[in-house]
Ligand binder design. Structure first.
Ligand code: ADP
Ligand code: MG
Length: 487
């Protein structure tokens, strides 16, 4: 199947965390926690005689996202009616934007597996309103209109992703940017961020893209990857058996781990788009745009660049540290407390992340861990100054800090964990270890060089792990050399 290339374009729906809905004062509530239909007004229900009013905060959030995605912000926006009937859409139309969207021609930079950067073009981002939520069960369906009318930004990419992995990287980066901006929690399980994948395959020799399908119902990035890989195999199989791919809307069936055809696709003209007569054209002044630009926080790409240029981190380390704003902030705080940036990055992404994983704490919740950035910097200082060795720092002090909330220095003091560098003490330990492990010594002297690591381990054991590794190794090498010369 190697001669087939995968082509993917993503359409992303992001709810914007405004106080009120897109076209009314009705509050926006948490779609999972709030009681069904507890945040509903006449607008949400599409009552006749109501009139929409544009939410300025939603427009600002949308423009923020557009700018963060390197888009142009056209000076004129227009809303449009997209007509279709569905029980979660009581008006019979969705207010959206059609040919005059909020943002156009941007891009998102992703890091590929090999560390190279790739730009995924963003075709457009437009404002619309979310629909209600249907729940189906045996014998009926229920509808909750809390979500109806919540501001929704649809972000449409160009078909620039060539594997499920690239699509996942784009999705994660976009999620990260939205979270940095504070306009969307990125919680896919709650449906506030939804991805739809357009998928086709082509041969290297094709001049044009082939027919695509669109996969909906992707409630996690992991499932999106599985669904894309499944769909690519399905399409290739169709072509191999002489059939064609029909444009269709597909759903990912999580229980069955397979694709299901939901319906064959509508074309845009079937929605009978026309300019929304109840809303004015929105002029987006250049002053407004630059005012919003001035409020943008440092974004992951910018932080990543700074971490590489100012702190000397590798691109990969910087990418891991900047994926979550909270992690980047924690790292910056550790460095601000005087820690060496390289070792802070290293300890954070290995040891601290490992501990967080074992306590099942998400990276975004790093601020809730029992080790403050200052305490963590304190541990790094003790290890950096060789007051304790790396192994003690990692295996004993860090876990004890987590469990007790105490400072590293206090733990080292109380438990007597300070590194042993005293040459006499170490010399004694070397003697004891060689005495107790004569068999290993013999194998070493017979030419098995690797045994030296095992002997080293035994000496460290004698020193309860606290020996200065440099001094231990030096004394051991000298002692073995003398034994060898005596032979
Ligand atoms: P429509 O106008 O019918 O909605 P678009 O051309 O605007 O379709 O594309 C919608 C999405 O599908 C975009 O994200 C785009 O990148 C993607 N897309 C378009 N053609 C293909 C293709 N052949 N293969 C994969 N994705 C595609
Ligand atoms: Mg849409």
């Amino acid at each position: 199947m190697g001669e087939w290339k995968t082509v993917i374009g993503l359409e992303v729906h992001a709810e914007l965390e405004t106080d009120s809905k897109m076209f009314s004062r009705c509050p926006v509530v948490d779609s999972v926690e709030a009681a069904p239909n507890s945040a509903v007004d006449q607008l949400s229900l599409g009552m006749p005689g109501t009139l929409p009013v544009i939410n300025r905060q939603a427009m600002e959030f949308g423009i923020m996202v557009g700018l963060a995605l390197n888009c142009e912000i056209p000076p004129v926006n227009q809303f449009a009616r997209k007509n279709y009937f569905y029980p979660d859409l009581p008006k019979g139309y969705q207010i959206s934007q059609y040919d005059r969207p909020l943002a156009v021609n941007g891009y998102v930079t992703i890091e590929l597996e090999d560390g190279a950067a790739k730009r995924i073009r963003v075709r457009r981002a437009h404002m619309e309103e979310d629909t209600g939520k249907l729940s189906h069960f045996l014998g009926g369906s229920l509808v909750d209109y809390n979500r109806a009318g919540v501001p929704l930004l649809e972000i449409v990419s160009e078909p620039d992703m060539y594997s499920a992995d690239e699509a996942a990287r784009y999705a994660r980066k976009l999620r990260s940017i939205l979270r940095y901006l504070g306009v969307n929690s990125g919680d896919m399980s709650k449906g506030v961020l939804r991805f739809e994948a357009n998928v086709s395959v082509m041969r290297e020799s094709d001049d044009e893209l082939r027919e695509r399908t669109e996969i909906k119902n992707l409630n996690s990035i992991r499932n999106m990857v599985k669904a894309i890989e499944y769909e690519v195999r399905r399409q290739i199989k169709l072509y191999h058996s002489g059939q064609t791919v029909m444009p269709a809307t597909l759903g990912w069936d999580e229980a069955g781990q397979r694709i299901q055809v939901q319906r064959y696709k509508e074309r845009a003209d079937e929605y009978r788009y026309f300019p929304e007569p109840d809303l004015p054209i929105v002029e987006v002044s250049r002053e407004w745009v630059s005012e919003i630009r001035g409020k943008l926080p440092a974004l992951p790409d910018e932080l990543q660049r700074r971490f590489v240029e100012d702190c000397g981190l590798s691109a990969a380390e910087a990418a891991v540290l900047t994926a979550e704003r909270a992690v980047a902030g924690y790292f910056q705080a550790v460095v601000a407390c005087g820690a060496d940036a390289k070792s802070a990055a290293n300890w954070l992404t290995t040891e601290l992340f490992r501990l967080m994983n074992s306590y099942e704490i998400e990276r975004e919740d790093i601020d809730s861990i029992p080790i403050s950035a200052r305490s963590f910097a304190g541990l790094l200082a003790l290890a950096g100054d060789n007051v304790i060795n790396q192994g003690t720092a990692r295996k004993r002090v860090l876990p004890a800090m987590w469990e007790t909330g105490k400072e590293a220095a206090a733990i080292v003091e109380e438990e007597g964990l300070a590194q042993v560098s005293d040459a006499t003490l170490i010399g004694d330990a070397v003697e004891r270890a060689l005495e107790a492990n004569q068999d290993m010594v013999r194998r070493y002297l017979e030419g098995n060089d690797k045994v030296i690591n095992a002997i080293f381990g035994r000496i460290m054991g004698e020193l309860r792990g606290k020996g200065d590794p440099g001094v231990v190794r030096q004394q051991l090498t000298e002692r073995l050399k003398r034994l060898n010369d005596q032979r």
